[in-house]
Design a protein around this ligand. Structure first.
Ligand SMILES: [Zn+2]
Ligand SMILES: [Zn+2]
Length: 264
């Protein structure tokens, strides 16, 4: 059985491929569409999201969003529930009046800067700053789980910190455990992200041992390519296929059923 790819962009946000073309690429392997919310003049409000949902569902696509945690304006509950699933992801962190943006780290991690070093690295020598970013990350993820009802945590651990070196040095184990715990207790899936190659192996092993659910997300903005890195990450961390989401949410069902509480 092919793994379902939940994290695929289209030209409804910053992807290069139309919904129509995505309805063809599902024949290559199963995937949904999950564009950024918000996105400039394209995904501004409930009306834009509902139009997206209608247009994509008419093409038999499964439809999610990549909700920008800590930034996105609220959506109506009825809008959120009408989607097939919701990914929440962090792309910047606000600390007081300052923003820590992830764009440059993203380009570095994706290898788009060639051999150039991560230009912002020295800013993150400051351990107190790193701690504030980590704490604030837990907070926006918690809000996303409780208030937005996300089903999937997109590219967990991706941040400028992930560009600094060995993730086991950069991310304290206790912080990793807390992030995993947030997801496990709410049955929010941890995304294995092909584009950023996160989270790292030790994180995935910890999540597996805690009984986490997982989700495949290539985060492609263009072609639907092979899942090479994803499959290697899954294999190296020993994740089993039955723990992966299949294009639909499990949270609401579990909560409505009342009997599928997490064991932890
Ligand atoms: Zn993202
Ligand atoms: Zn994305």
């Amino acid at each position: 059985m092919a793994l379902f790819d939940h994290h695929v962009h289209t030209d409804r946000s910053d992807g290069r491929v139309s919904l129509e073309d995505r309805s063809v690429s599902v024949l290559v392997r199963p995937h949904g569409v999950s564009d950024h919310f918000p996105w400039r003049d394209k995904m501004r409000n409930d009306d834009d999201v509902l139009r997206y949902l209608d247009d994509a569902a008419r093409l038999d696509l499964r439809v999610g969003l990549e909700y920008d945690l800590g930034v996105a304006p609220p959506l109506r509950q009825s809008t959120r529930e009408s989607l097939h699933y919701m990914i929440g992801a962090v792309h910047q962190i606000r600390l007081g009046g300052d923003w820590v943006r992830f764009d440059e780290a993203g380009r570095f991690i994706k290898g788009l800067l060639g051999n150039a070093p991560f230009s912002e690295a020295s800013r993150f020598d400051d351990e107190a700053l790193r701690r504030r970013i980590l704490d604030r990350t837990l907070q926006v993820v918690r809000d996303g789980i409780n208030d937005v009802g996300i089903d999937i945590l997109g590219h967990p651990t991706f941040s400028p910190l992930a560009a600094l070196g060995d993730p086991e040095d950069v991310f304290p184990v206790e912080w990793q455990e807390r992030l995993i715990e947030l997801c496990v207790t709410s049955r929010v899936a941890i995304e294995v992200n092909e584009a950023y190659r996160v989270p790292h192996q030790a994180f995935l092993v910890r999540a597996r041992e805690r009984g986490a659910l997982f989700s495949v997300g290539t985060d492609t903005h263009g072609e639907v390519g092979p899942l090479d890195r994803t499959e290697a990450m899954i294999k190296d961390a020993g994740l089993s296929e039955e723990r992966f989401l299949r294009g639909e949410r499990v949270r609401a069902k579990a909560q409505a059923g009342g009997s599928a509480e997490s064991s932890s």
